[in-house]
Write a protein that binds this ligand. Structure first.
Ligand code: HXC
Ligand code: NAP
Length: 262
């Protein structure tokens, strides 16, 4: 979608960039000239992804719930590249569970990865962007940050927190030339989401019926939107939350409810 070399000379970090949507975004940014560092827990996945992405990609093993590790990631990338131009907070944990059966540890696992992890990375990298004169941050959320969704109270609460963080920092850090946006994809087939959220054809069909365009998004559609929001073509866009879900959010939380029940 964007011209080649849009990201030439830029370096950035994508959490959870070895699989799914994060990998799709990494692939598109590398194609457009960026250097990317993908960061997550599973070294095997990271290694394989870097092999596919090529020489402009590297990896860092960390758990996004570890604030000290997020600091080490930021320090390492800055020392290797001089600066960090962009950050994609994409890492997430999720599973479907009735709220009354969700344990405290289950709640903490998802809040820790999605809400705390996004803050730890944003804080460590944002401070360096401030010192270097600017940057661009993209937070991957979900359309249920607005509507809520039965079965994912932990994830919906965390994503709503990330939405508030996006808007807060867009205003607070505008004077530092840092843009902060969010993107809310609708359902996309990925390694993590498919087996946890749409594990069989019946559930998948139920979800498809909640989407006016009657299909899931492709990785390319989502990666193109992310690349735009991170690029200079969106230089006047900040605090925005771009919903790319085939119109699903217009049905609200009860659409999800019916998809889970039927
Ligand atoms: C109920 C569950 C559970 C499940 C885990 N738990 N899975 N409870 N149902 N299916 C509980 C455990 O019993 C435990 O609580 C607590 O959660 C922590 O579990 P651990 O396995 O120790 O956690 P951890 O190893 O830290 O793993 C985190 C995880 C896991 C979130 C649970 O699923 C993960 O690593 N996921 C990463 C990838 C992922 O989820 N991708 C999907 C993103 S898709 P107790 O009380 O027993 O100790 C997405 C889509 C959004 O976000 C929108 C879709 C349209
Ligand atoms: P995915 O393939 O499971 O990707 C999640 C990534 O997060 C994995 O690469 C995982 O890598 C990483 N991760 C998980 N826990 C981590 C931790 N504690 N520390 C560091 N990294 C961690 O799922 P996806 O569908 O691509 O999801 C990507 C983003 O899109 C998420 O924010 C998700 O909420 C959002 N989203 C997805 C959909 C969808 O339908 N797919 C819809 C809306 C929003 P490791 O296992 O190596 O740590």
């Amino acid at each position: 979608m964007l011209p080649e070399k849009t990201f030439e000379g830029r370096t950035g970090i994508i959490t959870g960039g070895a699989t799914g949507i994060g990998f799709g975004i990494a692939r598109e940014l590398v194609r457009l000239g960026a250097r990317v560092v993908i960061a997550s827990r599973k070294e095997e996945n990271l290694k394989q992804a870097v092999e596919e992405l090529g020489e402009r990609a590297s990896y860092f093993v960390f758990d996004v719930r570890d604030a000290e590790a997020a600091e080490q990631l930021a320090a390492k990338v800055e020392s290797n590249s001089g600066r960090i131009d962009f950050l994609v907070n994409n890492a997430a944990g999720n599973f479907v569970v009735p709220a009354e059966q969700l344990s405290v540890n289950g709640w903490n696992a998802v809040i820790g990865i999605v809400l705390n992890g996004t803050f730890y990375c944003t804080s460590a990298i944002g401070r360096r962007m401030i010192a270097k004169g600017g940057g661009s941050i993209l937070n991957i959320i979900a359309n249920y940050a607005w509507t809520g969704a039965p079965g994912v109270v932990h994830s919906a609460s965390a994503k709503a927190g990330v939405l508030a963080m996006t808007r807060t920092l867009a205003v607070e850090w505008a004077r530092h030339n840092i843009r902060v946006n969010a993107m809310a994809p609708g359902p996309v087939h990925t390694e993590g989401a498919s087996k946890r959220l749409f594990p069989d054809e019946k559930i998948e069909e139920g979800i498809r019926r909640t989407i006016p365009l009657r299909r899931f998004a492709s990785l390319e559609e989502v990666a193109n939107a992310a690349a735009y929001l991170l690029s200079d073509y969106a230089s006047y866009v900040t605090g925005e939350s771009f919903v790319i879900d085939g119109g699903q959010w217009l049905g609200g939380a009860d659409y999800w409810n019916r998809a889970m029940r039927e």
